[in-house]
Design a protein around this ligand. Structure first.
Ligand SMILES: *Cc1c(COP(=O)(O)O)cnc(C)c1O
Length: 381
C-alpha cells in the first residue's frame, strides 16, 4: 500500500460503537452518548465535566471559544482583536472572523514555529483582548511565558491545541489548566470522532456561554438534551450556532479516547523518536526545538531543510512516491487575511521556506520511516 502522510486509524471497535448508537439507541443527535464522551474527556483531562463543550469540528470549537471570551456580542458592533501566529491552519483565523473578531497575524519563532511574544508586543492594538497560541506540531513551547504575557496586558488566552491532545506541560495535560483550550478531533488528529472538536474552559461562565452557543444560544439547552429533554420556553440573548456533536460522532470518539494512551501515543512517540535517530547525523536538516518540560505527542512531523534546499529535497521524496506536506502557508499571505500596512514577517516566511512535513500516523511502519530518512539523506548527499 502506498505510504500516506496521515490517516484515520479506525476499525471494528468504532464501527461496533456506531452500530450500537444506530440500532440500540436510535437517537442520533446530541444526547446520552455525547454526554458520556464529555464525561470521559473531562475525566481524562482531570477537569469538571461542566467545563467542557464538544463541538462538530475543531474550527467550531475555536469559534465558540473566541466568541465566549470576546467583549460584546456578535452582530452588535466591533469586538476587538486577537493575536494569532501567522503559521497556522487557516481555521485559527477563520474562527476569529466568524464571530466578528479581527485576527492580528504575528511572527513565529524560527526554531519552533510557535508565536513570537516579542513580535506580539509590537503588534498589540488598543482593542486586543486575547492571544491565541497555536501548539504547532503539538509543541506547547513557552506556554508559561504566553500566560505571563497575557497577564501583563490583561488578555484572555485561547489555546489552539488542535495538534496537542494528549500532550503535557510540566506534567499537566494541555487543557487541564490555564484559560481556554481548543482541540480538534478531525479525521487525522491524535484522536478522531469523525470530525469533531472540544473547548475546555477553566471557568464556569465561559463554558456556559460556549455550551449554549453551540445549540443556537438557547439557554440551558445542553442540560436539557443531556437529560433527554428539550427546552420549550427558552430565552436567547445572543448569536448562536448549530455546532454540536452528534451521538454517532461521540460513539467513535469514545472508542478513540480509549485507544489513545495504550496505542496511539506509543506509536506516534516511537515513530518520531525513530525519525530523530535516523537523521541525527544528517547535515542540512533540523527538527524544531522542544523543551524537556513538555511531553509531546506529535500530530505532524515537520522538518526544516536548511540552506535553501527544501524544494529539491521535497521533490526528491515526491519523485520516490513519498507524500510530503506543507504546514502551513502563513495566513498573512492569504488575500482574505492580509492586512494593509502591517509590519513584514521575515522570520515566518524564512521558516515557511524551510519546512516540509513528513509522513506520520500510528499505522506507519518503522520501515517506512527508515525509507523516508534514507531518501532525505540521499537528496542531501
Ligand atoms: C485541525 C486544526 C484546526 C481545526 O480543526 P478542524 O477539526 O479540522 O476544524 C485548527 N487549528 C489547527 C492548528 C489545526 O491543525
Amino acid at each position: 500500500m502506498a505510504m500516506r502522510l496521515s490517516r484515520s486509524i479506525v476499525g471494528e471497535a468504532e464501527a461496533e460503537a456506531v452500530r450500537r448508537v444506530i440500532v440500540e439507541d436510535g437517537y442520533l443527535g446530541i444526547g446520552a452518548e455525547v454526554k458520556r464522551f464529555e464525561q470521559e474527556l473531562a475525566s481524562y483531562l482531570g477537569v469538571d465535566p461542566e467545563l467542557v463543550c464538544t463541538a462538530n469540528t475543531g474550527t467550531s470549537a475555536l469559534t465558540l471559544a473566541v466568541d465566549a471570551v470576546a467583549p460584546g456580542r456578535f452582530g452588535e458592533g466591533p469586538r476587538g482583536s486577537i493575536l494569532v501566529p501567522s503559521l497556522t491552519f487557516v481555521a485559527s483565523f477563520q474562527a476569529c472572523t466568524a464571530c466578528g473578531v479581527r485576527p492580528i497575524a504575528c511572527e513565529v519563532l524560527p526554531e519552533t514555529g510557535t508565536i513570537d511574544l516579542a513580535d506580539c508586543e509590537k503588534r498589540l492594538a488598543k482593542d486586543t483582548f486575547a492571544i491565541m497560541p497555536v501548539h504547532y506540531a503539538s509543541n506547547p513551547w513557552q506556554l508559561d511565558e504566553v500566560y505571563a504575557f497575557a497577564a501583563r496586558y490583561g488578555l484572555r488566552v485561547v489555546e489552539d491545541a488542535a495538534h496537542a491532545f494528549g500532550c503535557r506541560h510540566d506534567g499537566r495535560r494541555i487543557g487541564s489548566f490555564g484559560d481556554v483550550a481548543c482541540f480538534s478531533f478531525d479525521g487525522i488528529k491524535n484522536i478522531t470522532s469523525g470530525e469533531g472538536g472540544l473547548v475546555v474552559c477553566q471557568d464556569r461562565e465561559t463554558a456556559r456561554i460556549a455550551q449554549d452557543a453551540r445549540l443556537l444560544s438557547v439557554e440551558g439547552d445542553t442540560r436539557a438534551r443531556f437529560a433527554g429533554e428539550r427546552t420549550w420556553d427558552p430565552d436567547v440573548v445572543r448569536q448562536g450556532w448549530r455546532f454540536h456533536m452528534s451521538n454517532i460522532m461521540a460513539a467513535v470518539g469514545r472508542v478513540q479516547l480509549s485507544r489513545l494512551e495504550p496505542e496511539f501515543i506509543p506509536a506516534r512517540k516511537r515513530l518520531c523518536a525513530l525519525y530523530r535517530e535516523e537523521l541525527k547525523d544528517a547535515a542540512g536538516v533540523a527538527f524544531l526545538r522542544e523543551s524537556p518540560r513538555d511531553d509531546i505527542v506529535h500530530h505532524i512531523q515537520p522538518l526544516r531543510v536548511l540552506n535553501g534546499r527544501m524544494p529539491a529535497v521535497r521533490q526528491h521524496l515526491l519523485d520516490a512516491g513519498i507524500p510530503v506536506g506543507v504546514h502551513y502557508k502563513p495566513n498573512h499571505l492569504l488575500s482574505y487575511f492580509k492586512s494593509e500596512g502591517e509590519a513584514p514577517f521575515p522570520q515566518t516566511e524564512g521558516l515557511f521556506a524551510e519546512l516540509m512535513t513528513l509522513p506520520l500516523h500510528p499505522g506507519l511502519a518503522d520501515a517506512d520511516v527508515r525509507e523516508v530518512c534514507a531518501k532525505i539523506r540521499e537528496a542531501l548527499a
